[in-house]
Design a protein around this ligand. Structure first.
Ligand code: C2E
Ligand code: SIN
Ligand code: SIN
Ligand code: FE
Ligand code: FE
Length: 542
């Protein structure tokens, strides 16, 4: 039995060596104490210099492999057992076909470690790993660049959000100044990197994950902290039927990744399947990795990959996946900052509307207008505009325009504005400038430009005898034609420093008489219908 076993072991060793040599692309050589190549495996010559057909047996090792020049002392130490081994890793070689080859050399004592036994040299072709490592290195450099760009965008967005919040606080205090801010801020918005661009960046990241890591599917979900749920933001590759658009925090592998903030790795579901395995058979998912996306200490989402065959990743693969996750976390964080910014813009618009109303009230006070004049004409004009079928956007502009219709009177001195008698020719000239002043004040403000029709054109007349430009007919903006009727109606009913208010009947009669001369007949028509409705059903006025 004994001799046969020994014989089998030798055979076995030969088989294993051959198999391992094929599997790992290993070649070996026996080196004499004088560093000559004594024996070698069949492909040794070609692996150390592909294409080399000469037999290297009998050659000196440092001649065949110049990398070993100057290492004689090291080799003797290994032979005497002073050093266990020596390794040269990832030695680059240009092979005959022009491609780059990576070899790793291991020098060990041969058998017993006696000096006279010489050395064993094992050569491993690690080209495949070398190439991956090289590609990863390149990718990492690109990632670092993208990451620093994203970090800059993030910092910029954060700063803007902060800036906006501070401006919101100021908004109610500085009525006039704030209008100028608005213009500058609106201009800034145009250069901001939009959320849409960031979504495209996320899509690109999923594509990168999928192609670089060679998996079937990659997806990024963002975490909604109000709904406590994950929502798919971007995906690439095969469409998995199992994955719902929305995953509750803690549910399934994805939900647990976010809740527990740790990587969930399932390289092979056949070997290890979690209890909450949910995948449908048709998706044929065999491997699944899910990584938490954390930015500034907060969970912002999850990056997941799925593969239809088992995965056996090495450290480089995992590192790469993690750096892409870092990038995705930043992009999501940017999207969130951006959306926050838009929200604060909306708040600013609201604060701004409130400001305009406060401002128009202040104007009424200065003008010694009848209480509520501006609010009244604004409400009436909006009603006419609705009757005329104008859009919601137009109504917004009309509202602001009506509230500010006599803002130009801010440029008229008190002694004229508040005069208790008829105006002189010169005073009247000045008074007639108030629509031009309105234009000069409001037109630089982008936000109010569309609201200008009324302040600029409310004293134009249908027959072309009005001011400041003498426009006629439909050249006068519709909003201004509607407003003019309402403004005169309210002015005549009110006391003025230079005359008493007129009776309702007299006012209505006057308005009708001016149809086609001062006023657009259509506007007068709508206005008569409105007054008629209000008289019939006064409650509808509010
Ligand atoms: P307002 O008082 O708000 O009047 C707006 C418009 O209502 C006037 O535009 C005019 O079309 C009409 N309106 C007001 N009062 C009368 C009136 O007694 N008779 C007639 N037929 N229409 C009247 P208008 O004329 O372009 O005046 C613009 C602004 O100039 C007025 O705004 C008011 O602030 C001022 N203004 C006009 N006339 C006098 C005046 O005789 N004395 C003084 N102190 N201010 C005047
Ligand atoms: C791609 O990612 O390469 C194409 C788009 C997609 O997979 O959804
Ligand atoms: C808007 O920006 O939509 C409204 C602005 C305005 O009415 O002036
Ligand atoms: Fe006016
Ligand atoms: Fe007015």
């Amino acid at each position: 039995m004994a001799p046969k076993t020994k014989f089998d072991n030798i055979q076995l060793a030969a088989h294993v060596t051959k198999a391992m040599s094929n599997l790992y692309r290993l070649e070996y050589a026996r080196i004499s104490p004088g560093l000559k190549i004594l024996q070698c495996s069949p492909n040794f010559s070609s692996i150390i210099d592909s294409g080399l057909q000469t037999n290297v047996v009998g050659e000196s090792l440092p001649v065949v492999l110049p990398e070993f020049f100057g290492l004689e002392d090291v080799f003797h130490d290994i032979m005497r057992g002073k050093l266990p081994s020596h390794q040269l890793e990832n030695v680059q070689r240009d092979s005959a076909d022009g491609s780059i080859q990576y070899l790793t050399f291991n020098v060990l004592p041969f058998e017993s470690g006696q000096a006279e036994d010489g050395l064993l040299l094992i050569v491993e072709d690690v080209t495949r790993f070398g190439q991956i490592e090289h590609a990863l290195l390149q990718n990492r450099n690109e990632l670092r660049l993208a990451q620093s760009t994203l970090a800059q965008v993030n910092a910029d967005l954060d700063r803007r959000v902060e800036q906006r919040t501070a401006e919101l606080e100021k908004a109610n205090k500085f009525i006039v100044k704030q209008l100028v801010y608005m213009q500058a801020l609106r201009a800034n918005d145009l250069v901001i990197l939009g959320a849409t661009d960031l979504r495209i960046a996320l899509k690109a990241i999923t594509r990168e994950v999928r192609t670089q890591l060679n998996v079937d599917s990659a997806l990024i979900l963002s975490f909604d902290q109000h709904a406590l749920a994950l929502e798919t933001l971007a995906k690439s590759g095969i469409d998995l039927k199992t994955l719902p658009g929305r995953v509750r925090l803690g549910d399934g592998i994805l939900g647990r990744t976010a809740l527990e903030r740790r990587i969930m790795a399932f390289p092979d579901f056949d070997r290890n399947k979690p209890e909450d395995y949910l995948f449908k058979a048709e998706d044929r998912v065999q491997a699944f990795y899910s990584l938490p996306l954390v930015s500034k200490g907060k969970i912002v989402g999850v990056l997941a990959i799925a593969n239809q065959s088992p995965l056996n990743p090495d450290q480089g693969w995992l590192d790469f996946l993690e750096s892409l996750a870092g990038q995705a976390a930043m992009a999501i964080d940017s999207i969130k900052s951006f959306e926050e910014l838009q929200h604060s813009n909306l708040e600013l618009s609201l604060a701004y509307s409130t400001t305009i109303e406060g401002w128009s009230h202040a104007l009424d006070l200065r003008d010694r207008e009848t209480k509520g004049h501006t609010q009244r004409v604004t409400d009436m004009t909006l009603k006419l505009a609705r009757m005329a079928g104008l859009s919601q956007t137009d109504l917004g502009h009309i509202k602001h325009g009506a509230l500010l219709h006599d803002i130009g009177k801010m440029g008229i001195p008190d002694n004229i504005l508040l005069k208790e008698h008829d105006l002189t020719g010169e005073e009247w000239e000045i008074m007639r400038r108030h629509p031009i002043y309105a234009y000069e004040m409001l037109s630089p403000i982008e936000y109010l430009r569309s609201a200008l029709d009324i302040p600029y054109c409310h004293h134009e007349k249908w027959d072309g005898t009005g001011y400041p430009r003498g426009l006629s007919g439909e050249k006068i903006p519709l909003a201004a034609r509607l407003f003019a009727v309402v403004d005169v109606w309210d002015a005549l009913r009110s006391d003025r420093p230079y005359r008493q208010g007129w009776s309702e009947d007299k006012v209505v009669e006057y308005i009708q008489s001016q149809s086609g001369t001062h006023f657009d007949p259509y506007a007068v028509d709508l206005f008569s219908r409105l007054l008629h409705d209000i008289i019939r059903d006064p409650d509808s006025e509010s």
